[in-house]
Design a binder for this molecule. Structure first.
Ligand code: HEM
Length: 503
């Protein structure tokens, strides 16, 4: 994108293609080593992510394109310097594959050891223009489409098991942590929905989810915080050095052996469809990454946020949801994808959750060329090779796009015209692309997008088919909120007597 000039008297003001004044990007990276270290402590401990960005926006007169350091910093990041895009308009550059190179940028300013992935670089770490990306993405898109019909029945079974566990804990102690049960059963769901066959908990035993979680932790520890006390110890252990992949090698080998068996049909089909495109071993490690990191890791964060917003919605929202769900699915009926399609409030609550709490909050990419990035009020020159970074919650809560954007509005996407809904959904970008877009070989959009939205809808519908209302406490944490049910009121009919029943 080139810039032009407008003259006013003697002064020449550079203008962006849409006529915005071109300014220098405000902010600075400070003193090498020390400033990235100090900024890391602000980010994780003294301010938290959102305040880290909001305070810097305020310091620079409301500018939403800024130079900042991004953690983890020394010694994990080679270079902490990024140009942060913190509004809905500038953020869109990160979704434009012609403008950003996404090779190795999935985790931001550091790259996990390839020893964690059998020595291969998984699809999500490849740029959209890389020919290997196209070959691997083809497999992912085909797999997601072919298995869509398994999502509702498999999720129904997993959610039934989750709620059984929740009800038992409630009966025993008066409180039930949702995340604990979700973590266990969503791994089984993810694998059964994608590959069929025996789920990991049957093949690897009760520790299957813990093995998957450990492997995720070895990749993501530089981004985690508030997991270990006291914080100086945590900062030293999680943010300074890579945890040695050797310590998770056995768990990963067991998980890989499980997938070699469960996904054998997918591996065979891919070899037949695209002979020689990707060696079987590389594809296998990609499927492990797809299932555990992309899919399971995503659900592990998304569903607690969904339950959190439902809990905060209270009995009035619950009554409206229950009314909508039960009008479409009569008592004893099965909830299908076609049924939830006819539930506008359920659909709206799910999109609103993905808007307010995009489960993956960070996006990165290197500028392919010298370019001009436009925010709402100004434009900024970025040099080729600079790392662009977006904190998605600030983009998708931008009040210049969404009225009352910082609030959770349950019927935002139901109480509007079809045209307005489409316009708004164009700015819901949790899947690394607009909700109105689709994953393709040449882009970096999530191929599981439709399955994720479907799972969210099935979850809300099933909750309010079973229960009239519920209460839960929420503890906000850096990665996922911890949601603890404190009561569940069974639906009058489902409870088998006239006045409902408490679980
Ligand atoms: C709640 C669940 C999920 C969330 C939040 C999620 C989110 C995302 C995001 C944000 C990206 C882009 C990452 C980036 O480059 O910055 C992505 C990529 C990807 N997702 Fe999902 N995803 C979820 C579920 C799934 C499922 C069920 C699948 C299974 C097909 C899947 C497969 C992938 C793959 C293969 C990529 C890499 C795409 C590429 O590099 O072109 N995801 N996902």
């Amino acid at each position: 994108m080139a810039s032009k000039r407008a003259s006013s008297g003697d002064e020449q003001q550079k203008l962006s293609p849409s006529g915005l004044p071109v300014r220098q990007i405000p902010g600075s990276y400070g003193v090498p080593f020390f400033s990235p270290l100090r900024d890391r402590l602000d980010y994780y401990y003294f301010q938290g992510a959102e305040e880290y960005f909001r305070s810097r926006i305020a310091r620079h007169g409301g500018a939403t394109v800024l130079r900042v350091n991004m953690p983890p910093g020394p010694f994990l990041s080679g270079d902490s310097r990024v140009v942060a895009l913190l509004d809905a308009r500038s953020f869109r550059v990160l979704l434009d594959d012609s403008r950003v190179d996404k090779a190795g940028t999935l985790d931001g300013t550091y790259m996990p050891s390839l020893a964690l992935f059998g020595g291969h670089r998984p699809l999500a770490f490849l740029d959209g223009a890389d020919p290997r990306h196209a070959a691997l993405k083809r497999v992912a898109i085909r797999l997601a489409a072919a298995r869509m019909c398994h999502v509702a029945p498999e999720f129904g079974a997993a959610l039934a098991a989750t709620l059984e566990g929740v009800e038992a804990d409630l009966a025993a102690s008066g409180a039930a942590e949702f995340n604990k049960h979700n973590m266990r059963h969503m791994l089984d769901f993810t694998c059964a929905a994608l590959f069929g066959g025996a789920p990991p908990s049957k093949v690897l035993g009760d520790g299957a989810a813990a093995k998957a979680y450990k492997w995720l932790a070895f990749q993501l520890h530089p981004l985690a915080s508030k997991a270990i006390k006291p914080w100086p110890l945590e900062d030293l252990l999680l943010h300074t050095f890579r945890l040695p992949p050797l310590l998770v090698r056995r768990d990963y080998a067991e998980l890989t052996a499980y997938f070699a068996d469960a996904a054998a049909g997918v591996l065979d089909d891919a070899e037949k469809a695209d002979p020689g495109a990707i060696p079987r071993d590389e594809l296998l490690h990609n499927l492990v990454f797809l299932a555990i990191f992309n899919a399971y890791g995503g659900y592990k964060i998304f569903l607690p946020h969904l339950v959190k917003w439902l809990a905060r919605g209270g009995p009035e929202l619950h009554a409206r949801l229950a009314g909508e769900v039960r009008a479409v699915v009569p008592a004893g009926g099965t909830i299908t994808l076609a049924a939830v399609e006819r539930m506008p409030l359920v659909k709206s609550v799910v999109w609103e959750t993905l808007r307010v709490n995009p489960p993956v909050e960070f996006q990165y990419g290197r500028s392919r060329e010298d370019t001009v990035v436009e925010s709402h009020d100004a434009a900024y020159e970025v040099r080729r090779g600079e790392m662009l970074f977006g904190y998605q919650p600030l983009a998708t809560r931008d009040e210049r796009v969404f009225h009352r954007g910082r609030e959770f509005v349950p019927d935002r996407f139901a109480a509007c015209s079809d045209d307005e809904r489409r316009r708004l959904l164009g700015h819901v970008v949790w899947s690394n692309g607009p909700e109105t877009g689709e994953a393709a070989e040449g882009n970096k959009q999530c191929p599981g997008k439709d399955a994720v939205v479907a799972v969210g809808r099935l979850m809300v519908a099933e909750l309010f088919r079973r229960y009239d209302t519920f209460a839960a406490s929420v503890e906000e944490n850096p990665v996922e909120p911890v949601v603890t049910f404190t009561s569940l009121t069974k639906a009058a009919v489902a409870a088998g007597h006239g006045d409902g029943g408490k679980a």
